[in-house]
Ligand binder design. Structure first.
Ligand SMILES: C[S@@+](CC[C@H](N)C(=O)[O-])C[C@H]1O[C@@H](n2cnc3c(N)ncnc32)[C@H](O)[C@@H]1O
Length: 228
């Protein structure tokens, strides 16, 4: 586990967009042991009319998701993207400048500048394991999503599999933690428990490569409330 603060993590994400994207491809392939197509299939359907993407980075994946949705004939949506690293956000602003339906804002995942029940859906792609305060982030996401709304996230797990893939993934994870671009991988049950502790019901869950894909839903009636 890293001991880096959110500001140190933001500095670690200060890299040229081309290097960030190239590095991301290797991390996806050898540490996550996942594919872009898999991610597009998981995230694309889980966008409601007003969607929040937490830790949107340089917007590369978000742009691909929106293209995928269009290709699949899914409806247009309003998207807000937030990230704590100014450099990442600048990249996203340049990339997505011509899209009127996307608003980008500087924010910490654990202190979202939005009123309660603002969004129909939320996602965190490839990022929950980069956050220093994952429980704070999950709590605040739960607060800003509407009752009945969903959170889709993929979480990096401690490496599985056989030699040499497991060892390669382990080395990439260790390097990421030293550099500050990875906070910690998780055990599946640990992150699942945290999602549930934040208040979400688990709608679907699956392990793919070294990633845990989980879709949580905020109950329509919060516990303790009555229908009467
Ligand atoms: C591995 S990148 C993933 C970016 C993007 N979601 C993607 O899939 O390409 C992790 C992102 O988490 C962001 N991040 C780290 N800590 C954060 C925090 N406390 N609040 C918001 N974003 C944060 C980083 O700035 C970085 O853009």
């Amino acid at each position: 586990m890293s001991s880096k603060s959110r500001d140190e993590i933001a500095v670690a994400y200060r890299s040229a967009p081309w290097w960030y994207d190239l590095r991301g491809f290797f991390i996806l392939t050898f540490a996550y042991n996942s594919t872009l197509t898999h991610q597009l299939r998981f995230f694309s359907p889980n966008f409601g009319p007003r969607h929040l993407e937490v830790a949107c980075g340089s917007g590369t994946l978000l742009e691909m998701v929106l293209r995928w949705r269009k290709w699949k004939g899914l409806p247009d949506v309003q998207v807000v993207g937030v990230d704590y690293a100014e450099s990442m956000l600048e990249g996203a602003k340049r990339r997505l400048a011509r899209r009127a339906n996307i608003e980008l804002r500087h924010a910490d995942a654990a202190a979202l500048p939005y009123p309660d029940a603002t969004f129909d859906t939320v996602n965190i792609a490839n990022s929950i394991h980069c956050l220093p305060d994952v429980d704070g982030a999950l709590r605040d996401i739960f607060r800003v999503v509407k009752p009945g709304g969903t959170l889709a996230t993929n979480v990096l797990l401690y490496p599985q599999g056989m030699w040499p893939l497991k060892q390669i993934a382990q080395r990439i994870d260790d390097w990421g933690i030293r550099k500050g671009i990875l906070y910690t991988p998780y055990h599946r049950e640990d992150i699942r428990r945290r999602v549930v502790a934040a208040g979400f019901e688990v709608v679907s869950e699956a392990v793919s490569g070294n990633c845990f894909d989980v879709l949580g839903r905020k109950p329509s009636i919060a516990s303790g409330e009555s229908r009467a």
